[in-house]
Design a protein around this ligand. Sequence first.
Ligand code: ADP
Length: 405
Amino acid sequence: MNATRVLVLNSGSSSVKYQLLDMRDASRLAVGLVERIGEQTSRLKHTCLSSGDTREQNGPIADHDAALKAVAEELAKDGSGLDSPELAAIGHRVVHGGMFFTEPTVIDDAVLTEIERLIPVAPLHNPANLTGIRTAMALRPDLPQVAVFDTAFHTTMPESAARYAIETKLADRYRVRRYGFHGTSHAYVSRETARLLGRAPEDVNVIVLHLGNGASATAVRGGKCVDTSMGLTPLEGLVMGTRSGDLDPAVIFHLQRVGGMSMDEIDTLLNKRSGLFGLCGDNDMREIRRRMDEGDEQARLAFDIYIHRLKKYIGAYYAVLGTVDAVAFTAGVGENADFVRAAALAGLEGLGLAVDGARNAVRGGEARLISPDGARVAVAVVPTDEEMEIASQTYALVGKDSRGN
Ligand code: ADP
């Protein structure tokens, strides 16, 4: 039997998201989530997409090992457990691959060591990703396991975009540079945008706006990333749900010297209590919209700051690219919030950018154009699919072997 299935695992510090895909027809067989691992109130939610069955388990799941075993049991109930001969590989999302990993990579001891070496630049994410990988490897040591890195798509950035203007020797010693994140999404969406335009990715320049709870913008020239808004960590760039994005680094010195805050407190402030949440107490764009409709001025100001920053990045990446064929909106806010898309491009007609009101208002899960006919620059809504991208990259790497050619 041909092994054509890929299990995609996205392991966070207290959660594991997973999807089982069949790459014969790029179909999704199962999706699920284990959350609050290590607490009394852990929950596993599993949906088998062929039968439509959804099952839930509530109660303590002690660690990632127990979580993955529980996931394996759920998959086995659908007849597609981890021991299934149809399983070709497990694809792992890994947040930080540094400059070393430019491609999806089959995981061995050397790869594990390198991901571990990157922990100082990704202290929140890489340890959790590693735990997931180690657990999966212990369960299926014979199966190829592939790491797909959030940073890989951005390794094509020129040094002029990737370096900060600080002392070179120091930057090199501590690996301080701009890595960028959400790369799997930016890669997928920029390619899908080219497809929507009926053109080859190599022939198209796209500005991708990934607007979720985390948010980032990318300038993509001919299928390759030439600039991105996130930096050493996912804190830089756009205003996000709870992250500040760009600010004068001296704000940190000021908060420490004048405000008496510790570095850890400032870290938490900028990552968890800033952005839309810090500005108005809500980080969900739906709630902010509702409050604005009621005339709430704090919510309006938070929205205006979010849009102002977004517009600045669109302008900046327009200049970086010189010629822009398309602007693509994706992720939770980008795919669903027509008012964000309209506001972000308002007044940019001089750059050939406009949104058609009726097209923008249409909701749907398909990639679609929302610019008026004949627009100089296409504006698109392109639903992202990071799991599909991880599965395709994983399968492309190991599929040949498992097909026996
Ligand atoms: P992440 O993966 O970064 O957690 P998502 O891409 O799932 O985030 O985006 C989540 C965000 O999308 C929510 O915080 C919410 O602000 C926004 N969102 C989801 N649905 C809608 C909607 N219908 N209208 C406006 N915003 C939405």
